[in-house]
Write a protein of this length. Structure first.
Length: 238
């Protein structure tokens, strides 16, 4: 698939974000306010590449930190779009009440599309017959009193009108209750990715689910209710 090279803005943004390893630096700016420069482990040069760190690498921070940095960028405020950074025909901009320079191409279509795809991956993505859940959201969301909700999210596991994911994460004393009420039926089940700090134990319909070596919990196909219990150490420290 042909992909154009990203603009300097996109490239600078993504290269400055934390992926798997980062080091502190005195170089701080609007694209890297914390002065964190990615230690090369395969420098990402597109949001598309960053998606692999959320999916294959299971790096939670690569997801939510990237989205946060994008949305905090001055160009994203109000417009929610990056420009192409080069000149272009004015098109219909002259008919719009705006201070935008119509000779500069906008919006940066594929970069915006990749941003939305990364947002979706943070919530759920398909992988080898399974639907991976909540792998790129901030850890604080798992204990927020308002919980988490995903409604009518289309997946590959069903037709356009079916196969949609409905998910609720409801905090309860000492843990949470996860409900999967949509029509998505991945043949190999679901994968629940939780922050290691929770020290969680997971039970599906009364049966304990052992975590994989990577700390993931594989939930059987057809799972509708999951009980999550946080470790006593986590509860004591929070």
């Amino acid at each position: 698939m042909y992909r154009r090279e990203p603009t300097a803005v996109i490239a600078s943004l993504i290269c400055s974000l934390s992926l798997s390893n980062y080091s502190e630096s005195a170089n701080r700016g609007p694209l890297d306010p914390r002065g964190r420069i990615h230690t090369p482990i395969g420098i990402a040069n597109t949001v598309d590449t960053l998606k692999t760190f959320v999916e294959a690498e299971g790096n939670r921070e690569a997801g939510y930190d990237t989205l946060h940095a994008h949305l905090e960028h001055p160009q994203m405020r109000g417009w929610y779009a990056f420009d192409e950074g080069g000149k272009n025909g004015s098109g219909g901009w002259r008919r719009v009440r705006t201070t935008w320079n119509g000779n500069v191409a906008m919006p940066h279509g594929w970069a915006i599309a990749e941003l939305w795809l990364l947002l979706r991956d943070c919530l759920a993505f398909e992988n080898e017959g399974r639907l991976v859940l909540l792998s790129g959201i901030p850890p604080a969301w798992f204990t927020h009193p308002e919980g988490i909700g995903i409604g009518n999210l289309p997946t590959y596991f069903g037709s356009a009108s079916r196969g949609k994911l409905n998910l609720t994460w409801e905090p309860v004393c000492g843990g949470a209750m996860l409900r999967l009420n949509g029509q998505a039926r991945p043949p190999k089940g679901f994968v629940l990715r939780l922050p290691p700090a929770l020290g969680a134990t997971v039970t599906v319909h009364g049966t304990a689910v052992a975590p994989s070596a990577a700390g993931e919990f594989v939930l059987p196909s057809g799972t509708t209710k999951v009980k999550i219990r946080f470790s006593s150490e986590y509860q004591a420290s929070n």
